[in-house]
Design a binder for this molecule. Structure first.
Ligand code: FEO
Length: 386
């Protein structure tokens, strides 16, 4: 890939088109990129490695740049030790045994745990939040970003070219050059992977925004070099759990489609009222995109069958996953179905109990097996209130 960052900062990352599930759970139909960069200066710094799935291709990219500029690497800056960024470290050390690794104390603890590598004192520099390292003309500022997304994560701001190396933050699913919508795939990535840690993201945003930033170089996805406020504002929304849209999301899960018919009816009524809606079958839509959409929209209707004195299993799982990601600040309504002992709404409400600032919109609608005349009246009342 020929990605131009600047005269002295070169992209050496790789696209991975061969992976279907990132972290063995998130669908990546358009692949993913593992980004890595080289800063050319008196002392040359490599910014992170890549997943071992692509070690050879990455080393080839690194060698090409080093050969072109007739330089040798002095430092490897390690922003994040999760293996998608660190698992080529052993290969790098075999090829360049004199390279010095730069990270914090937890960085080296995790490297040892993952790769059984005990980096000697002469081969590492341990930095703390706010420390700097001069490469010559370039000066690196290290900014700790604990839990964004692991405890050892650190950002690096390069002051001469005003480039922020932002670890996973501002990353997205999808290889570089794929055509999907940045916001949708960055949201799906962020909410599912880092969504729980909004306070920590707010902390690092406050730190980095003190710097003048011209470009953002994340560890996944496109390099951001224009309209940076758009991306920062999105991150502010996501990390403060603020909805982006006032739309109504109707998510349903059911066994014999009678709950689906009611969800469709509610959707039709809302559309007739001019409201923007989205109807989702919890079994047929990408699960992690549903989670992202719950954070995108202000109002969510959960409609589900009762099941084993609880709620339809995938709805149960969805709600528990939302809780684990600090779901909050939303308007919620429930529709349940139960032939002899409806239990879905009670269960859904109990699962969401830990969430802050949920406004419950009434009426709660109970369907006994299938909709009747009363259901239609209740749906219209609920639609008016949504
Ligand atoms: Fe892309 Fe948290 O690793």
């Amino acid at each position: 890939m020929n990605i131009n960052i600047s005269k002295n900062i070169k992209y050496v990352g790789v696209n991975d088109n061969t992976i279907d599930l990132f972290e063995n759970q998130y669908k990546v139909p358009n692949g993913i990129s593992y980004n890595s960069y080289i800063i050319i200066d008196e002392k040359v710094a490599i910014m992170d490695t890549v997943d071992e799935r692509k070690t050879n291709k990455w080393l080839h990219n690194v060698e090409n740049i080093l050969t072109k500029y007739k330089v040798k690497p002095k430092y490897l800056i390690v922003s994040h030790v999760e293996p998608d960024h660190s698992s080529s470290i052993p290969a790098l050390l075999r090829k360049y045994p004199n390279i010095i690794l730069v990270g914090n104390s937890q960085t080296f603890k995790f490297i040892e745990q993952f790769y059984n590598l005990n980096i000697s004192e002469n081969s590492k520099i341990i930095v703390k939040d706010g420390d700097t390292l001069s490469l010559g003309k370039h000066v690196l500022h290290f900014l700790s970003a604990p839990m964004v997304h692991w405890p050892e994560v650190q950002f690096t701001y390069e002051e001469t070219e005003k480039v922020l190396f932002s670890a996973d933050t501002f990353g997205k699913f999808g290889k570089i050059g794929s055509k999907e919508n940045w916001t949708d795939e960055a949201r799906r990535y962020y909410i599912n992977i880092v969504g729980k840690y909004g306070i920590q993201v707010q902390n690092i945003l406050k730190k980095v925004l003190k710097f003048d930033i011209k470009k953002i170089c994340p560890l996944h996805g496109e390099i951001l070099d224009s309209n940076l406020n758009k991306y920062i504002n999105l991150y502010n929304n996501w990390s403060t759990y603020t909805p982006e849209k006032e739309n109504v999301l109707i998510i349903y899960g059911c066994l014999h489609n009678n709950t689906e018919k009611v969800a469709i009816e509610l959707n039709n009524i809302l559309k007739e009222q001019g409201k923007k809606t989205k109807l989702i079958n919890v079994m047929k839509h990408d699960f992690h995109d549903i989670i992202a959409k719950c954070f995108e929209n202000k109002t969510i209707v959960f409609a589900a069958s009762s099941y084993n004195t609880g709620v339809f299993p995938m709805m149960d799982f969805l709600l528990r996953q939302l809780v684990s990601k600090n779901f909050q600040n939303r308007r919620i309504a429930f529709i349940e179905n139960g032939t002899w002992a409806p239990s879905a709404t009670k269960t859904m409400k109990e699962i969401l109990e830990p969430c802050k600032n949920l406004e419950y919109i009434e009426p709660n609608i109970t369907i006994k097996s299938s909709a009747n005349k009363e259901t239609l009246i209740e749906l219209k009342e609920l639609a008016n209130n949504l």
